[in-house]
Every structure is written in C-alpha cells, then in structure tokens.
Design a protein around this ligand. Structure first.
Ligand code: SF4
Ligand code: SF4
Ligand code: SF4
Length: 626
C-alpha cells in the first residue's frame, strides 16, 4: 500500500513539479510568425537588409540564428541548467516523502514491549544543514557527530559558491515557485521583473540576522533554528500544512455524508485512504500554537508576491552563512561587457539579484549559481568558470558595515542576557515537560533547533511547540501536553529523529527501565484531591489506576467507605501516586474523566535530566535516588 502510494506521489509530484519548474525557469516560448515553411530554416532566411521584415520577424530570426550558433560550452550550460531543474525537483520530492515518513506506522502493544525503529533516514536534510551544525557547535562548544554531513555542503560551497540555494534547498525551490505566481501576472513582466531582480538594500538584512543569531549562540541559546530554512520548512509543513490537509479531507468526507451527496461513499473511502496512507497514519493530529506557526510561514510565502524570493534574498540566515563562505569559491562569473547589448534578459531570470548585468559588479555572496543568466544570454556576455578572470568586476564580500555587524552581535548577546536575567527562567517551570531523553534544560536550549521532527513523529500527538511556556527564548521548542496525548512506554521515536541530540536516542531498556538501568523519568503525577472524584465527590473512579502502564503500577488505591450527601455509604478507591515508580508518562492525566483540568496532573518534578528539579520529601524519588 505504501509503495503504491509512494510511487503515485512521486509520479504526480514529479509531473506537477516539472511543469511548475518549466514554467518557472524556461524563457517564454518564442511565438513564430506565420510564414512560408521554407523560412522556418535559418539557412533559408535571406539577409536582413535584402527584405523588409517586421521587427517581430527580425527579432525571431536573430534569436534563431544565435541559438544555432551556440557553442559546445553553451550547450553544456543549457544541459547543466536542465540538470539543476531536475535536481531541485528530485530534492523537493525526496524532502516531502521523508517528511511524510516521519511517523509511526504500526501499533504499540502493552503486553510485548518492542523497540520500534524508523525505516527511513528522516532527519537527513537537517544533518546536511550547515547552519544547524555551525550554530550548535557555537552554542554547545561541541560538534555533534550526526551533523557532520553538513561539512559536505560547506566544502562544495567553497568550490561552487552558494549553489545550495539554487540547486538543493527545498525552501528556496518553494519560494521560487511562489514568486512565479506573481511573475506570471502582467505587473511582474518586462521592466518590473527586471527591477525586482536588481540588487536591493534589504539583501543585507540576512547577514545582520545571522550575526544576531551567532551572538545569541555564543551565550548558549539556539534561536537560529526558528529561522533556519530546513527546520522552518519541516516545522511548517509537518505541523501546519499536513494537519490542515488532513482536517480538510475529514471535513469534506463528513460534509458529503451528512448531506448525502452522490458518491459520498467513494469520497469517504478516498479521503480516509489518503489520510491513513499518505498524510498521517496514526490519527488526525493537530498542534498547539498552530496559528503562530502558520502565520509565520504564510507571511514568508506571501512576501514573494511583492519581492521575488524575498526570504532567500533578504532574511535567510543559512543563505547568509553560505554567502559568507562563498567569497572563497573558485567557481564564478566572467562578464564580457563589450558583448552585452543591455537586453536585460539575464536580470529577468536571475534568482539571486546579484548583478549579472553589465555595468555593475557581480555580487558573489548573493548568487545562487542557478546559471540562468548564462543560459539566456544569446550574446555570450556571461560565462561561469573556475577561477574567473574579471576580478575587478566581482564583489566577493557582502555589502555590510562593521558597525552594524557589531551592533547585531551585541543585540544577540544582550537579548540572551535579558532572557536569562528574568527570575522566572531560573525556577523550574511546571509546564515544561520535555520529551523523554531530553538533555538538561540549558543544554537543551543550546541544541534544539525547533525543527518539529519530534512533534511530527510522536504517535500519540503528545509533543507540541511552546508559545511562551518556556519564555521567549524557548519559542516553538517541544513540550508534552498530557491532556492531548501521553508518552507511550515503549516508544523512543522522538529521540530517533532529533537531529541535534537535544533529545538523546534512548534504548528500550533506558526508556522503561530494568533491574540494572533506571527508567527514564519525564515528571511525576500529582492527584488533585479537590477535583478527584473518589476524594472530592464520594464517586467511584479508578481510571487513572487502570491506565497507569508501569509494572508494578505507580498508582495504587486505598479502599474506603464514605457517606455521600444522601447519607448512603459508598465504597470508593482513593488514588495515590508512588513517586518511586511514576515515570510521568501522563497516561493517567490523559485518561482522567474530569473534563478540562484533569484531577491528576503531571509536572516535570523528578525528571531524570535535572538534578535540581526534585521532590524534597523523605522516601520520594528526589531524595532517595540522587
Ligand atoms: S537563501 Fe535560504 S531558503 Fe533560500 S535557497 Fe538559500 S538556504 Fe534556501
Ligand atoms: S513523547 Fe513518548 S510517545 Fe511521543 S515520541 Fe516521544 S517517546 Fe514516543
Ligand atoms: S528537540 Fe525536537 S524540535 Fe528540537 S531539535 Fe530535536 S527534534 Fe527538533
């Protein structure tokens, strides 16, 4: 089922993608004027001066002749450009397939604990992300081995410049696709399109954003992940777009059933099949703070309407990082300005707004190496080469001032100092239940890039992005909300997908514990006696005790007979929690029948990752185990 679905998706995606990419990158087809068939061969066109032709016909003839004269090298560059389009399409499809595969397909069994492993390398894009690896290295002063793949991109950038943006980055491809919706409109044609692809002042902003993030990483805060394009795309598609699509399918199926539309059975089947086999396999999920995530993503995409690839040119810190490295690249542009007839075709198709036209320096750090300019220039005025000669027409460094660089770094450092100076951030927070295997909070904040992989993969929909629960500095970092989902005892998936080691990959033994190894604890449950039915309302209830998955159970009950308001004697079982056995999985809180605020709730106290956040009680885990 999965393979069929995958093939269908790849085929459909490939077809759609290629048609969009063709529309996006190919020059508009030349409309051939009506003429005698003999004239369609360039050999049979008489000399221009010999006949009187309309300007359209003359233009067409000149272009045709020039195209026939393409040298072998120019043909090669055309092929290279086609290869780039294919690479972009394949990378984007691979990215989407891996995102869809970031999920658990199966069922957990309480009787037979099994160590479930994901079948696909779903975090590979993040492992190749140079910004994630550089920033985590700065913020933790260690190099996480899982991120070493990113060195490949860095080395390739030293050779080829910012090729990642033009050839690989799925966020860049999506932005370019979104930009074409506008460019296909009349207002972005001709001179307007040319103007939008000239270098703009706002292209400097991304360097200051990068430096701000480096400043904050120096003090151990990894907020760069909020703007990292790979992390941003996974988070936005996985936590916003896919759940919305899934919800829409659900709605359409329900609506057609309720209104008895013809063919509603087929619609219901198709909708259910897509949901179960393509979008999400375990359940229809939704995430806390989806609005803020969606709004951020929508603004980025919408900006393409006014400024071509605004995100890539103006804001992306990964683009800025690669732009800085590309100053040493040995592959670059050589301009032959005497050949240029200022037709501006190069500008019309330029993806980076880096000044390919004659009369201005080529800005190396802005160029996406898309090669469109060379491919569309039929006068051969632009050539990409290793060790280009016209060094004086190249601006290798970004156009940024030292004073603003220092100010951005100081802002980054100052922002972290401000966050950390807040008294609340020094105290344990009862909402901050991090996923099992999470590192101690300071290290967690230095490592988590807010990619949302852990949230996407969680089979019980327990992990959600924070809004302000972890302070401003913890925006969109993962916490468990037990009322929505609980931590499945035999699941270790969040640790498997975390690319930076913010969540350690646990073995099954480390997760559930054994005689030799203590179980991983994410918190402790507390009974709210004012809301608990047996405690507060003389009403029998043992739901939490039944749901508790530990063995022996961490929740035990005391049988007691109490008198209710009518004077009847009722036997109830009052629950207690043994902090020695509770792992904080939240199954009790999830299942508690008291609606809204559960009568038994988990807080992170006693979590394995912290030495400070302990229950200070004799015989409680905090004092006996540490
Ligand atoms: S600028 Fe950023 S988002 Fe755009 S293509 Fe480059 S890395 Fe991707
Ligand atoms: S929180 Fe628990 S259930 Fe969710 S992915 Fe992590 S280990 Fe699995
Ligand atoms: S903890 Fe979650 S959000 Fe943070 S880096 Fe790991 S997988 Fe991504």
């Amino acid at each position: 089922m999965h393979i069929v679905c995958l093939c269908a998706m790849v085929r459909w995606g490939d077809h759609w993608m290629m048609s969009r990419v063709r529309a996006l990158f190919m020059p508009p087809p030349i409309k051939l004027p009506r003429m005698h068939s003999a004239a369609s061969s360039w050999i049979s066109i008489p000399p221009m001066s010999a006949i009187s032709l309309s300007p359209n016909v003359r233009g067409w003839a000149r272009r045709t002749i020039n195209q026939r004269r393409l040298s072998e090298a120019e043909m090669t560059i055309q092929h290279v450009r086609n290869i780039r389009r294919a690479v972009q399409a394949v990378v984007l499809i691979l990215f989407l397939v891996l995102l869809l595969k970031t999920e658990f397909a199966g069922t957990f069994s309480a009787d037979a604990l099994r160590d479930y492993r994901l079948a696909y390398p779903v975090k590979i894009f993040l492992q190749f992300d140079p910004l994630a690896s550089f920033m985590t290295a700065v913020s933790t002063l260690t190099i996480f081995s899982g991120l070493l793949f990113s060195l490949i991109i860095i080395v390739l950038t030293i050779f080829f410049g910012r090729f990642f943006c033009g050839w690989v980055c799925p966020m860049g491809t999506i932005n370019q696709l979104c930009s074409t919706f506008k460019s296909e409109r009349r207002s972005r044609r001709g001179m307007n399109l040319v103007k939008s692809n000239q270098y703009h002042w706002y292209q400097k902003i991304k360097y200051y954003i990068l430096i701000f993030f480096i400043g904050s990483a120096v003090l151990g805060l990894m907020i760069a992940g909020i703007f990292d394009p790979i992390s941003l795309l996974i988070r936005s598609l996985g936590l916003v777009v896919l759940p919305i699509l899934s919800g829409l399918l659900d709605f359409v199926a329900d609506f057609s059933f309720d209104n008895n539309f013809p063919g509603n059975a087929i619609l219901g089947f198709v909708s259910g099949w897509i949901q179960e086999n393509v979008l999400v396999t375990h359940s229809v999920v939704s995430y806390n703070t989806i609005f803020s995530l969606g709004l951020f993503f929508l603004l980025i995409l919408a900006a393409n309407r006014w400024f071509t690839r605004f995100w890539c040119r103006g804001l992306c810190p990964l683009g800025a990082f690669l732009g800085l490295i590309s100053r040493w690249s040995i592959f670059g542009m050589e301009k032959y300005e005497s050949e240029c007839d200022h037709c501006n075709k190069c500008l019309k198709y330029c993806q980076g707004a880096d000044g390919p036209e004659a009369g201005v320096p080529w800005r190396k750090s802005e160029c996406h190496v898309c090669l469109n300019c060379q491919a569309v220039c039929d006068r051969g005025a632009i050539k990409f080469k290793f060790f280009p000669k016209s060094e004086e027409r190249i601006e290798p460094k970004p156009n940024i001032t030292r004073r603003k660089v220092l100010a951005s770094a100081a802002l980054g450092v100052g922002a972290v100092a401000l966050f950390k100076a807040q008294p609340a951030s020094a105290k344990p927070n009862d909402k901050l239940i991090r996923p099992p295997g999470s590192t101690q909070e300071d290290l967690f904040m230095a490592r988590c890039i807010r990619c949302g992989e852990c949230m996407k993969v969680c089979p019980t929909n327990a992990i959600h992005p924070t809004l302000l629960e972890a302070g401003w500095e913890g925006l969109w970092s993962p916490i468990l909300i037990m009322r929505i989902g609980y931590c499945e005892p035999s699941c270790t998936l969040c640790g498997q997908v975390c690319p930076t080691g913010a969540i350690r990959e646990l073995t099954l033994e480390e997760k559930v514990g054994s005689r030799e190894v203590p179980a991983n604890v994410i918190g402790t449950a507390f009974v709210d006696r004012g809301r608990c039915l047996p405690w507060a309302m003389a009403t029998p209830c043992v739901v939490c005790e039944e749901w508790c998955p530990t063995s022996p159970k961490a929740i035990y009950t005391e049988k007691i007979t109490v008198r209710n308001r009518k004077g009847e004697m009722v036997e109830v079982q009052r629950p207690y929690v043994d902090p020695e056995l509770c792992t904080g999985c939240g199954a009790c809180e999830y299942a508690c029948p008291v609606a809204d605020k559960a009568a038994i709730r988990v807080t992170p106290v006693g979590e394995s990752r912290s030495r400070e956040n302990r229950i200070i009680l004799e015989n409680a885990r905090g004092s006996s185990r540490t």
